[in-house]
Design a protein around this ligand. Structure first.
Ligand SMILES: *Cc1c(COP(=O)(O)O)cnc(C)c1O
Length: 227
C-alpha cells in the first residue's frame, strides 16, 4: 500500500516536471479519510504540502502543526477558527467576507490565505464567482492580518461530463488562469497571489496547461476514498 503511494507520488512529480520544466509547481497531497502515516509516506515521496478539508478530521490526525505545510481546503466554520490556527499553516478556502473577518479577528500577525473561487457557480460548492474576485481583492486590505498568497479554484466534476461540458471546464480553467495573472498584476501589497491552486485527480493535467502552480491530489495518490 505504502509502496504504491510512493510510486504514484513520484509518477505525478515526474509528469509535472515534464509538463512544466524549470518551474516550481507544487504537489499538495489531499489526505481526507487517510491516516497520518499515509500522509507522511506521500511527503517522504516528495509531496510538498498537505491539504485537509475538515478541521475536525485534521485535528484528530495532527495534534500540532506538522513539519510540512498543512492547508485547510474546505469551508471554514467560524466557530472553528481557533482550532484551525493551531494546526493549519494556511487557509486556502476564504469563500466569503464573513470567513475572512472571523479569521482576521483571531490573528495578531500576518497569515497566508487563498481566495476560493467556484468557477462553475455550482450550488453545492462554496467559493465566489470569477466575476467577484477583483472587487473582493480590492477590498481585502480591510483584513489587516490576511495575506492573500493565492487563488484556489474549484471546477465542475469531469466524471460523467459530456465532451461539450469538458470543453467548458477547460475554458473555465483558462479564464481562471487569466484572471489570476490580471489580479497578480495589480500588485496589491496585501495580495501577492503567487499561487494558483487548481487541478484535482481527474483534471490536473488540464489545470497545469492553464497555468496552475499547485495541484491538489487525493485519489490519484491514495486510491479511491472509502467513507
Ligand atoms: C478532496 C479534494 C481534493 C482532491 O480530490 P481528488 O479528486 O481525490 O484528487 C482537492 N481539492 C479539494 C478542495 C478537495 O476537497
Amino acid at each position: 500500500m505504502y509502496e504504491e503511494v510512493t510510486e504514484r507520488v513520484q509518477k505525478v512529480l515526474q509528469r509535472i516536471q515534464e509538463m512544466r520544466p524549470q518551474e516550481s509547481v507544487k504537489l499538495m497531497a489531499v489526505t481526507k479519510t487517510r491516516s497520518r502515516e499515509e500522509a507522511l509516506v506521500a511527503v517522504q515521496a516528495g509531496a510538498h504540502l498537505l491539504g485537509e478539508n475538515k478541521v475536525q478530521e485534521a485535528r484528530a490526525k495532527w495534534t500540532e502543526k506538522p513539519d510540512v505545510p498543512l492547508h485547510l481546503i474546505g469551508h471554514l466554520q467560524t466557530n472553528k477558527v481557533k482550532y484551525t490556527l493551531d494546526i493549519f499553516s494556511a487557509v486556502d478556502s476564504i469563500d466569503s467576507e464573513k470567513v475572512a473577518s472571523a479569521l482576521n479577528s483571531r490573528l495578531t500577525s500576518a497569515y497566508p490565505v487563498m481566495l476560493e473561487v467556484n468557477a462553475g457557480h455550482e450550488q453545492n460548492k462554496t467559493g465566489m464567482g470569477l466575476d467577484t474576485v477583483r472587487k473582493f481583492l480590492q477590498e481585502a486590505q480591510q483584513w489587516e492580518h490576511l495575506r492573500f498568497v493565492g487563488i484556489m479554484a474549484l471546477f465542475p466534476a469531469i466524471i460523467g461530463a459530456t465532451e461539450e461540458e469538458k470543453k467548458n471546464i477547460r475554458d473555465l480553467m483558462k479564464e481562471t488562469g487569466e484572471l489570476w495573472r490580471i489580479s497578480q498584476a495589480e500588485r496589491f501589497p496585501w495580495a501577492p497571489l503567487e499561487e494558483l491552486s487548481m487541478g484535482m485527480t481527474d483534471d490536473w493535467e488540464w489545470a497545469l496547461e492553464a497555468g496552475s502552480t499547485m495541484v491538489r491530489l487525493g485519489t490519484a495518490l491514495f486510491g479511491p476514498r472509502v467513507y
